[in-house]
Unconditional design. Structure first.
Lengths: 331, 206
């Protein structure tokens, strides 16, 4: 394993301090906790708090700032943060108007966030939650934990965050978050695995000419393993699963996110986006806005995910609203 | 007695830490390769925090639960944390363990795990070891067995539970994404839960 680290034990701690050093205008860290909140606080508005295991940077701390999140908790690499940490984030982010937790659908994340929410309610803080589950690679049935939350979560941060910034109350911010969740779907793939620093070796092995379709953001297995083809072919496969949801039809408008997994050059993401935009045009689906970049990564995994969000006038308004965070700025 | 509970908790921690790589490897096969690492981190902290000065068994177990909750993370943190905290309620202000108390504590711990994890028997989780263990324990002491007799039966049932998890597909937790591909692998949570019962039994025997 070759990594730019000082040791595996202090990675999250050092990363957070490095983020604070880079973005003092945006972020401050809660003393003794792996939590970042807005440097200027969040008084007078509904607060959005998210988080999860580390290794998905810039998610989630990079999206703390005006128009998006109010607080983010960083767990150990790929491990949900603990309830006490989440509880501190809720208390610190709370601006008196209630707190909405944005939780990615993983067993551990849901349990830890729900325990923290109980603790916060015991202290009289109004807390509600939404669970993102946008990954169409995983079947949603009673036989699984349900779909995983992946890159589509960033659209929840953006749009629900804009709603909160505009003065929406907790119920309204939650309604927008759930509207985004109902209209957003994603699917990813990997060209090569990531290496968790503490593990020291790749999470799985792929042959030189093999790819994994439907990969999760922790390197969990996907739908199937196959020979690599052109990026156009790969994008077609991901899009086919997303289209099969029946949400995105001719005449619809969508926001597109082409998300890098951490180890894939932007050049390749743009090549993918060229084809994605052409496929959407061919289906008479209008692309309202496109984001290309590393939003929800998986350490050094090579690969990408495609996310589509169907937008109407209401969602477009929140999509277009200004945001000012370390990892996403829109004037 | 609080010295004894401290020693027992320490023994559980040492067993988990000793099996860190084994538990992690089990989790690598069907999960996300962190069960041993996370549990070892949690119990290292338990060993440091729980002390011989804790006034009673309940206090020591409560501290154990809180510590696991704040250090393990993932799904195991809330599940084991809840289990110890629920068991702690049974032992509040107590300095000794009776066979009936132990049954009540095991019942409370399992109820807490089920409430938190929303799982049933047969979903390839720690419950596949713990529920049969509770049944075997209860049956044994109802027939007049001692706490050690009960734990002997519980540990045997828990081991069988581990074997059972190899035959079924996961429907809870991250292994559920694998569907039938999880068959053939033993559940890491059932394994660590069984180890815990075995350490308690060995401790009470010793």
């Amino acid at each position: 394993m070759k990594k730019l680290i000082n040791g595996v034990d202090n990675i999250v701690d050092e990363m957070l301090d490095g983020m604070i050093a880079a973005y003092p205008k945006y972020l401050k860290r809660l003393d003794g906790f792996d939590v970042v909140v807005r440097a200027g606080g969040s008084d007078g508005k509904v607060a959005l708090v998210s988080g999860g295991g580390s290794g998905h940077e810039p998610a989630h701390g990079g999206f703390v700032g005006k128009g998006m999140l109010d607080g983010a908790i960083a767990g150990a690499v790929f491990t949900s943060p603990t309830p006490d940490q989440i509880f501190e984030a809720i208390k610190a982010a709370n601006g008196g108007k209630g707190v909405l937790l944005v939780i990615k659908n993983y067993t551990g994340d849901v349990m830890n966030f729900e325990m923290a929410a109980d603790m916060a309610r015991d202290e009289g803080i109004e807390v509600d939650q939404v669970i993102t589950a946008d990954d169409v690679a995983v079947e949603n049935s009673t036989w699984t934990t349900g779909r995983r939350g992946i890159a589509g979560t960033i659209f929840v941060h953006k749009l629900a965050g804009a709603c909160a910034e505009a003065g929406g109350d907790l119920a309204e911010v939650k309604r927008i978050a759930e509207k985004v969740i109902a209209n957003v779907r994603s699917m990813g793939m990997a060209v090569d695995a990531c290496t968790v620093p503490a593990a020291g070796k790749p999470s799985f092995d792929l042959a030189e000419d093999e790819i994994e379709i439907g990969i999760g953001i922790h390197g969990e297995p996907g739908v199937n393993r196959e020979k690599i083809g052109s990026v156009n072919d790969i994008a077609d496969k991901l899009l086919a699963k997303i289209f099969a949801e029946g949400i995105y039809n001719a005449g619809d408008e969508v926001a597109v996110m082409v998300n890098g997994m951490g180890g894939t050059p932007l050049m390749e993401l743009f090549v993918a986006n060229k084809h994605i935009s052409e496929v959407l045009a061919g289906k008479n689906i209008n692309v309202y806005k496109t984001l290309v970049g590393n939003y929800m990564t998986s350490l050094d995994m090579e690969g990408f995910s495609i996310t589509l969000l169907k937008v109407d006038d209401e969602l477009k308004k929140f999509l277009d609203a200004p945001a000012d965070t370390p990892a996403f700025v829109q004037v | 007695m609080s010295t004894r509970v401290y020693d027992c908790l320490k023994a559980i921690g040492e067993k988990i830490i000793e099996n860190k790589d084994f538990l992690t490897e089990l989790d690598r096969e069907i999960g996300d390769a962190d069960h041993g690492v996370n549990m070892a981190r949690g119990f290292q902290s338990v060993i440091e925090k729980v002390s011989q000065d804790d006034p009673d068994i309940g206090a020591a177990l409560k501290k154990t639960g809180m510590t696991l909750l704040s250090t393990v993370g993932g799904a195991s943190g809330p599940l084991y944390g809840t289990a110890y905290m629920e068991a702690a309620k049974v032992f509040a202000d107590k300095q000794t363990v009776t066979a009936e108390d132990f049954k009540a504590a095991l019942e409370a711990a399992i109820a807490g795990i089920q409430k938190r994890g929303k799982a049933e028997k047969g979903e390839k989780t720690m419950l596949d070891s713990l529920l049969p263990a509770l049944d075997a324990y209860s049956e044994k002491i109802a027939a007049g067995g001692s706490i050690v007799d009960g734990l002997d039966a519980a540990c045997a049932a828990a081991r069988e539970g581990i074997e059972f998890t190899k035959t079924i597909a996961a429907t809870k937790g991250r292994a559920s994404y694998l569907g039938d591909r999880s068959i053939g692998h033993q559940d890491p949570g059932a394994t660590s839960a069984t180890m815990t019962l075995e350490v308690i039994r060995d401790f009470l025997k010793g």
